[in-house]
Ligand binder design. Structure first.
Ligand SMILES: NC(=O)c1ccc[n+]([C@@H]2O[C@H](COP(=O)([O-])OP(=O)(O)OC[C@H]3O[C@@H](n4cnc5c(N)ncnc54)[C@H](OP(=O)(O)O)[C@@H]3O)[C@@H](O)[C@H]2O)c1
Length: 246
């Protein structure tokens, strides 16, 4: 049984993650971190939970009450960085779903993992669909010279392009031979959408479309639950969900 704290467990994604994790047999969510709901319990935020969970205003306060093996974070980059540092210092494996970090910040996370000999995950998309999409993208990159990466999210998502698009663009550059003008990125922000990612390859007389559409954020819980089980087998920063699934 792994005890887990979820930072941002009251947010749009965090709620779905917490709910999904409470139904997993090998995971126990022992605390949630949120400033707005601090002092309450998760049953006052979401209905369908396997058990109730206390909410604390900060990571420091939560760690004064519970001793988790893993800290899951779906917040924003500023506070997530602090959560990462605090976790590795206390030999707690951080699993970050939060996106929007700079290259320098990611390098800093890598160094912290080495310094504290602690496994951590920083995965921009924890869904199985996005994992499959990445495998297909790597394969397709070797055969086409034109590609467009498209993301579509609700208007509140300010990060452009999305963290998933950045990862796809990285993979396309790594596995393909695209010139700057033949590899483009397009972001739409539109009410009614949850999360949509697409890669469109263009060839001679044909196009190929690989897409992933999220209808329920609990799909992210699937990858998070797998990461929770595996992360203590690592002592570095894992950025590819494939390393946790395969
Ligand atoms: N990796 C993936 O699979 C995946 C999937 C979906 C989303 N995401 C990423 O997850 C992140 C969150 O997205 P979202 O749409 O769920 O955001 P959201 O609805 O705005 O939720 C953010 C959560 O973070 C908490 N938070 C923010 N600042 C905090 C602070 N200083 N201290 C403690 N808690 C804080 C908020 O609670 P309070 O305001 O009450 O503190 C809230 O619970 C984004 O970076 C998004 O890109 C990743």
């Amino acid at each position: 049984m792994k005890d887990v704290v979820v930072a941002g467990g009251t947010g749009r994604t965090g709620r779905a993650i917490v709910q999904y994790l409470t139904y997993q047999p090998n995971v126990r969510v022992v605390a949630v971190i949120s400033r707005k709901y601090a002092g309450l319990h998760m049953s006052s935020v979401i209905n369908d939970l396997a058990y109730d969970i206390p909410i604390y205003k900060s990571c420091q306060e939560a760690l004064g009450h519970v001793r988790p093996a893993v800290l899951v974070d779906f917040t924003e980059p500023g506070i997530a960085k602090e959560h990462f540092q605090l976790s590795v210092e206390q030999n707690i494996n951080p699993i970050l779903g939060t996106t929007g970090f700079t290259e320098d910040e990611i390098e800093h996370f890598k160094r912290l993992c080495v310094r504290y000999c602690c496994g951590a995950a920083l995965i921009p998309n924890f869904s199985l669909g996005a994992f499959l999409m990445l495998q297909a993208v790597r394969f397709g990159a070797a055969f086409f010279q034109d590609a467009a990466v498209i993301d579509m999210y609700p208007p509140h998502k300010t990060e452009v392009p999305s963290g998933t698009s950045k990862q796809i663009l990285f993979e396309l550059k790594n596995y393909g031979t695209f010139s700057a003008k033949n590899l483009t990125s397009h972001s739409l922000r539109l009410a009614g959408v949850t999360a949509y990612q697409e890669v469109r390859f263009g060839g001679i007389g044909e196009t190929v479309v690989i897409s992933h559409d999220v209808s329920d954020r609990s799909c992210f819980g699937v990858g998070v639950a797998l990461a929770i089980q595996k992360i203590n087998h690592f002592n570095q920063l894992v950025t590819d969900l494939a390393d946790l699934l395969c």
